[in-house]
Design a protein around this ligand. Structure first.
Ligand code: ZN
Length: 318
C-alpha cells in the first residue's frame, strides 16, 4: 500500500517507460500471487438474496461502458459508436467535465438520439477527487451541476477510486467506480460480486453500484501485454454460467482504429472480437442494457412498490 502511494506521488516525474516497467513488474507479481481471485473470484458468483433473474428471462446482462480520458479519446467516440452499432450494441461514455477537452453539446445530442448514454467521469482527471472529504464535497457540487446539465444519472471516478458513502453526495442513480475483483487497481478492494447492489443512504435515498466484471483494456493489453482476448472470453463464459452481469470499461483513447498502435494503444479489432464473440456464441441469451437501464431494473427489484421517501422511491435492500 505504501509502495502504491509512493508510486502515485512520484508518477508525474517519471518517464512513461519507467512507469510502465514498474507497473508491469508489479502486475506480473500480482498476477501470480492473486491467481485465486483474478480473473475469476469464485466467491463473487452468488446472486443477491431473492434474485429473480434478468428481464425477459435472459441468462445474463451485457453492459458496455467507456471512459473518455483525453482529447484523443473524444475524437474517437463516434467511430466507436458506429462499431458498436454495427454489432447491435449501445454503450455509455463517461466524460471528464473539466479535463483537457470539452464535450460538444451536439455530440451529446447525437449520442442520445442514437441510443447511447452519457455519464460523468470525475470532475478533473487528476486523482485528487478523494484527497479529503472537504475536497470531495466541493467537487461533488460541481459534478452534480454537470450531471444535471448533461442529463446524466451515472458516475465513474477517475482511477477507480471510490468511497461508497461519499458518492451519495452526487445524488446519481448509479455509480460504477468499483469491480468484482481487480488486484491491479490502486484502490484494489474488490466488491466480490458480479451483480449490481444497492448502496443505502440516509432517509431512504441511495444508489445502485455497478461493479465492472471484465478486466479493463489498458491493463489487459498495455500492462499485461496480452495479444488476444482469451482472458475476457474465459471470464465472460464464467459470468454467463453464474447468470451475472458482464460489465466492461474500455477507453477510446487506447483503441487504435488505423495504422500501427502507439505504445499505449491496442488494436480496436480486439474489442470488436469480443462483441462478435458475445453475439455469435450467446445470441438471444443476454440482455444488452445501458448502465442506467441496468440500475433502474435493479432498483425496481429491491423497491417496495408505493413506499416513497422525500419524493423518491425508498428502496429496501432485500
Ligand atoms: Zn479515467
Amino acid at each position: 500500500m505504501l509502495l502504491t502511494k509512493a508510486y502515485y506521488l512520484c508518477k508525474p516525474f517519471l518517464p512513461w517507460s519507467v512507469r510502465m516497467a514498474l507497473r508491469r513488474t508489479r502486475a506480473k507479481a500480482l498476477r501470480s500471487s492473486q491467481a485465486a481471485v483474478w480473473p475469476i473470484d469464485e466467491s463473487a458468483g452468488s446472486p443477491p438474496p431473492n434474485w429473480s433473474g434478468w428481464p425477459g428471462g435472459k441468462r445474463f446482462a451485457v453492459t458496455l461502458t467507456h471512459d473518455v480520458e483525453r482529447r484523443l479519446g473524444l475524437a474517437r467516440v463516434e467511430e466507436l459508436m458506429n462499431l458498436e452499432a454495427k454489432h447491435g450494441f449501445r454503450s455509455s461514455f463517461n466524460f471528464v467535465p473539466e479535463g483537457d477537452y470539452r464535450v460538444p453539446d451536439s455530440l451529446r445530442a447525437s449520442m442520445e438520439r442514437a441510443g447511447f448514454e452519457v455519464g460523468v467521469h470525475g470532475l478533473k482527471h487528476d486523482g485528487k477527487l478523494y484527497s479529503s472529504k472537504a475536497e470531495f464535497t466541493r467537487r461533488a457540487a460541481k459534478i452534480r451541476s454537470y450531471m444535471e446539465k448533461w442529463k446524466a444519472v451515472g458516475f465513474r471516478s477517475p482511477f477507480m477510486h471510490h468511497n461508497l458513502e461519499w458518492l451519495q453526495m452526487l445524488g446519481g442513480e448509479y455509480d460504477c467506480s468499483t469491480f468484482d475483483s481487480d488486484p491491479f487497481e490502486p484502490q484494489n478492494d474488490g466488491m466480490r460480486t458480479i451483480f449490481p447492489f444497492w448502496v443505502p443512504g440516509p432517509g431512504g435515498s441511495g444508489y445502485v453500484e455497478l461493479p465492472y466484471t471484465l478486466v479493463q483494456d489498458f491493463n489487459l493489453f498495455v500492462i499485461l501485454r496480452e495479444r488476444n482476448i482469451d482472458i475476457w472470453k474465459r471470464k465472460l463464459d464464467w459470468v454467463v454460467e453464474q447468470g451475472g452481469m458482464v460489465l466492461l470499461n474500455t477507453h477510446p483513447d487506447y483503441m487504435c482504429f488505423e495504422g500501427a498502435a502507439a505504445r499505449d494503444e491496442f488494436p480496436v479489432s480486439h474489442y470488436e472480437d469480443l462483441l462478435r464473440y458475445i453475439r455469435e456464441k450467446y445470441e438471444g441469451d443476454y440482455w444488452a442494457a445501458l448502465p442506467r437501464d441496468l440500475a433502474r431494473f435493479y432498483r425496481g427489484t429491491t423497491t417496495q412498490p408505493g413506499v416513497k421517501a422525500g419524493g423518491r422511491f425508498s428502496a429496501v435492500t432485500v
